[in-house]
Design a protein around this ligand. Structure first.
Ligand code: WT7
Length: 640
């Protein structure tokens, strides 16, 4: 099954067919600068750029700039420019946790809400370049908050509502945020999330000047005089017009924190102009966008997928985007498809982990709904196993809707490897081919570029407009993390196979990053949360295959002398990780062990820990370099 090929379904009436795609690829090759400047025409610039990419991945000359002499305002591109002809068109469909309890927001309404918030931010002294944190549910005001920052030139940093107060405090400190926009509470899967309370706990560690509190449930929450502003109290007094700041293409638009192999999360910085072009272009190409589409990306705005494909990509294109504040299994496992029918969703984009969780419940909850409005399906976040792909295609899409498996990263700003739904024959489990202008390479550990069918580490040889520009506050870390492993190339951290047809099959991270339900968790962060517990001497964390989540977290823990491991300590440690990072980083398994497998130089051999976590009992390769080879037997004996 994994190598079956699905041609474009006959009924799929694509805007971009095979001939168009071939022309795009040829244009990107022939005159790269002209090609990118052509894509930049999707944006209304106050000063159109005359330069495309100006970049070098080499250490001496390291720089990444796109459309550098162009100026623009991205909120104008998402809002103002649609008003004359499409002011009444629906920009956002807010789909609340409770089915049907949402509302629609027109482009004009979103424009006005954005201007109000922008004016409120300005009245609190926030302006160009200031950092604003957003910690909100998936409500229209969250999109308006992002756009309000873009309007006044402030840099937003959205933090997913599942992160703990400690994580929020760490991010406020790292980017030195002046302001926090939050809500009283969130509601998901019928459960209340105490957002303002979490914010207050975070601000006890690291305060900000202003907290704007949007009302979602109407709960009464503590407000600190002078610092906290209830949006509902001031909203009607705020003007519904706000002059946009003219930004340079290279001005930062947002910071989004993401985990890597080492240290604390990195603040990934995206630019204004290049990011705008990339979000707009990829949304149009990959989702074959038409003006009558209802587009639903199920991601939270706390992740890059929500930035690029709930907010910026759809709105720049004048599309109607669904903002979903629920979960796939509430009130029941048919929620997605009930909502698709009720809203008339035509394009549906979700994560493999959700597909696997729904597949487990059988076809019934899907078949209970018509789904006739759907014309295109997409996935993102982790490799999709061919069985899940096949179920998505057969059961959800009735073998009518192309499935676009889109590979990208927080760092890439938008999709890099993906089918064009009307032009690319599909292979279940493969993200297929690079988008026009994207140049992937596979390399072996000895820096050799691999040709033809091969497996290796995935690098990208040329910059693209949506590439991240720096790590906030640490430009050297940016270079070291992504450009030093393979000099002259961007290293993605992913392993990948390329088949004889030139199709790419992402095999997963080759670094110490674990992908749990599409959430990126750094092993080093979980380890440092664990060793912060007074009874823990040392910890090593690895991923293991998980049926639904893709990967789960397996923690090996050694305790201080005299301490005893047991279920109560296990739950304390899980609690510790939840508190330090958030629920999604909680280890699934905790394995107490008297020692960890180390080389004589003291390096932990994670290869062995991964194998044991995968359930293997032999085939550990060369263990002769271990300082104490008997550790392996002890680990096997103590397995959870
Ligand atoms: C990592 C990036 C891109 C938005 C969501 C995740 C994995 C992502 C795919 C895919 C196989 C995928 C990679 C990548 N990944 N999409 N279609 N097939 N793997 O963003 O949190 O920055 O994670 O997600 O391992 O490096 P992220």
């Amino acid at each position: 099954m994994s190598e079956s090929v699905h041609p474009v379904p006959t009924g799929f009436n694509a805007r971009i067919g095979p001939g168009d795609l071939a022309r795009l690829r040829a244009a990107a090759e022939d005159d790269t600068d002209a090609f990118w400047l052509d894509q930049a025409r999707r944006i209304d610039w106050t000063a159109p750029p005359t330069q495309a990419g100006d970049w070098s991945f080499d250490e001496q000359d390291f720089r990444i700039r796109w459309f550098a002499d162009g100026t623009l305002n991205l909120s104008v591109n998402c809002l103002d420019r649609h008003l004359a002809e499409h002011g009444n068109r629906t920009a956002l469909i807010f789909e609340a946790d409770e089915p049907g309890a949402g509302r629609t927001v027109s482009y004009r309404e979103l424009y006005e809400e954005t201007c109000r918030l922008a004016n409120l931010l300005k009245s609190r002294g926030i302006g160009r370049g200031d950092r604003v944190m957003i910690y909100m549910p998936m409500i229209p005001e969250a999109a308006a908050a992002m756009l309000a920052c873009a309007r006044i030139g402030a840099v937003h940093s959205v933090v997913f509502g599942g992160f703990s107060p400690d994580s929020v405090a760490g991010r406020i400190e790292d980017c030195d945020a002046k302001c926090m926009i939050t809500a009283d509470e969130g509601v998901r899967g019928g459960k209340v999330i105490p957002l303002k309370r979490n914010v207050d706990a975070a601000l006890d560690k690291r305060d900000v000047e202003t907290v704007i509190v949007v009302s979602r449930t109407g709960a009464s929450v503590p407000m600190k005089a002078g610092r906290d502003v209830a949006y509902a109290d001031v909203r009607d007094s705020l003007a519904i017009e706000c002059e946009p700041e003219v930004m340079a293409a290279e001005d930062p638009l947002f910071i989004l924190y993401t985990s890597g192999s080492t240290g604390k999360p990195k603040g990934v910085v995206h630019s204004t102009g290049g990011y705008a072009v990339w979000a707009a272009t990829t949304f149009d190409w990959v989702f074959d966008y038409r003006p009558d589409d209802i587009f639903w990306c199920t991601a939270d705005i706390g992740w890059i997928t929500g930035h690029s494909y709930v907010v910026y990509g759809p709105l720049v294109n004048g599309a109607t985007s669904v903002m979903f504040d629920g979960v796939p299994n509430y009130p029941d496992f048919g929620r997605f498809w009930e909502t698709v029918d009720r809203l008339g969703v035509t394009i549906f984009y979700t994560a493999p982990t959700a597909i696997r969780a729904l597949m487990r419940e059988g076809d019934g909850p899907v078949k209970a709904h018509k789904r006739t409005s759907l014309r295109l399906l997409g996935t993102v976040g982790e490799p999709i196993n061919p069985e899940a792909w096949d179920w998505y295609w057969r059961v959800v899409g009735d073998q009518r809707c192309p499935v676009v498996d889109t590979w990208w990263q927080t760092e890439t700003g938008g999709i890099l490897i993906s089918p064009f739904p009307g032009a690319t024959p599909l292979k279940p489990g493969s993200a297929t081919q690079p988008l026009p202008g994207i140049r992937p390479l596979l390399l072996d550990p000895d820096q050799q570029v691999l040709d033809g069918p091969a497996s290796g580490n995935l690098c990208i040889a040329a910059s693209w407009p949506g590439q991240m520009r720096t790590v906030w506050g640490d430009h050297d870390r940016f270079f070291q993390t992504y450009f030093s492993t393979y000099p002259g190339l961007y290293f993605t951290g992913d392993g990948c196979r390329r088949d004889a047809d030139g199709y790419y099959w992402i095999t997963g991270r080759v670094d110490d990053v674990i992908n749990v339900s599409g959430h990126r968790i750094g092993t080093a962060e979980v380890e440092s949360a664990l060793v912060a517990h007074p009874k823990v001497a040392e910890a090593a964390v690895v991923g293991f295959p998980h049926d639904i989540k893709g990967q789960g977290i397996y923690a090996y823990v050694t305790l201080n002398a005299g301490e005893e491991g047991g279920d109560s300590l296990r739950s304390d440690l899980v609690q510790q990780v939840r508190k330090d990072i958030g629920g999604m980083a909680a280890p699934e398994k905790i394995h107490f062990t008297p020692s960890l497998p180390k080389t004589r130089s003291g390096k932990i051999m994670r290869r062995i820990l991964r194998k044991i976590a995968e359930g293997e009992t032999e085939g550990f390769g060369d263990t002769s370099t271990l300082a104490d080879p008997s550790v392996v037997d002890a680990l096997l004996a103590g397995r959870k």
